[in-house]
Design a protein around this ligand. Structure first.
Ligand SMILES: [Mn+2]
Length: 324
């Protein structure tokens, strides 16, 4: 991996004239906030930009794109990815199209595979949006409330509203600064963390009924099937918000959320409390992520999938000296 520092990343962006900014599949607030903040900022200093993602923009993040018009000139573009740990996370078709030609990747995942020609990586940052904020400063962009709202969205969502272990004093300082640029944080955080659709509430009820516990109550597991999406009217985008709930039960150190994909395979999301390393557990099934939030997939039947992930989780608890 060719790692570059902040100043070099800023000068690379400065040299680009038309930029396609790619977000990861199943886009979250950090990849989208980072992408739209960067797109708006680069446009304001005369670059042509577009934001692109294999999946559509989730409803909660449509504000990121409001008032932004892509204006790239096809064929002469540079490719920049944000918050993408692995080219495969661009989604299959985008992986094939862009995976090998990314000029610059801006990211904060310690599991970053170094797929881009150059990578600006800060593993200690709570969100990629923090890195984008630094780049915006170095590019001498005039901050607008719209840009600041995108940055705030990235930081607030990736830190679980400044509650997760990765939250730093810097995260709060960035947030304070974004407020000074005019961001109204309360409606954003209400939308991200409080307001539920009725379909989500129905899915939540079904998922909570099925909670299973392992390893002396230190592991809580939920399963969401395609059938449950049909019954509730909910979907995969909404499911993401269920994931942290597995870790909210007293005594639970590892929350496991397993969802059935439309092809019948399973996507596993882990949320842990330190010292249990979620990315190390997921790596055993070919996945990765952060210390307290990671994911992997399984193509085995459900019960075998559960047995695998619970076994690896049990081993991790044991290695940490906990009784299982
Ligand atoms: Mn992120």
């Amino acid at each position: 991996m060719q790692r570059i520092d902040l100043a070099t990343a800023a000068s690379r962006l400065h040299e680009m004239s038309a930029v396609r900014i790619l977000a990861h599949q199943h886009p979250d607030g950090d990849t989208l906030g980072s992408a739209y903040a960067l797109a708006r900022a680069l446009q304001s200093i005369g670059k042509h930009t577009c934001v692109d993602c294999v999946d559509p923009l989730p409803h909660d993040f449509t504000f990121c794109a409001k008032g932004y018009t892509p204006d790239y000139m096809d064929g002469t573009e540079s490719i920049v990815t944000v918050d993408v740990a692995d080219a495969k996370l661009l989604g299959r078709s985008y992986y094939e199209k862009y995976g090998g030609i990314v000029d610059l990747n801006i990211d904060h995942h310690s599991t970053n595979t170094g797929f881009a020609r150059e990578t600006y990586l800060e593993e200690d940052s709570a969100a990629t949006a923090e890195l984008v904020a630094d780049l915006i400063d170095l590019l001498c962009v005039v901050w607008t409330t719209d840009i600041a709202a995108c940055i705030y969205a990235g930081i607030s969502t990736d830190t679980g509203c400044f509650r997760y272990a990765g939250t730093t004093s810097r995260s709060h300082r960035y947030a304070a600064r974004m407020m000074e640029f005019g961001v109204q944080t309360e409606p954003l955080d209400r939308m991200f963390f409080e307001t539920k659709t009725r379909s989500f509430a129905a899915l939540e009820r079904l998922a909570l009924e099925g909670f299973r516990f392992f390893c002396k109550g230190q592991v809580c597991l939920m399963v969401v099937t395609q059938e449950m999406y049909r019954k509730s009217g909910s979907n995969e985008d909404e499911f993401i918000r269920l994931v942290p709930q597995t870790r909210q039960i007293e005594g639970v150190l590892v929350g496991i959320a397993i969802r059935e994909r439309s092809d019948g395979s399973w996507k596993i999301s882990l949320r842990t409390h330190l010292p249990i390393d979620a990315s190390a557990i997921c790596a055993k099934l070919g996945g990765g992520g952060h210390a307290v939030a990671a994911g992997c997939e399984s193509f085995k039947p459900l019960e075998e999938t559960i047995a695998d992930i619970v076994r690896y989780t049990g081993e991790a608890l044991q290695a940490a000296g906990l009784p299982v």
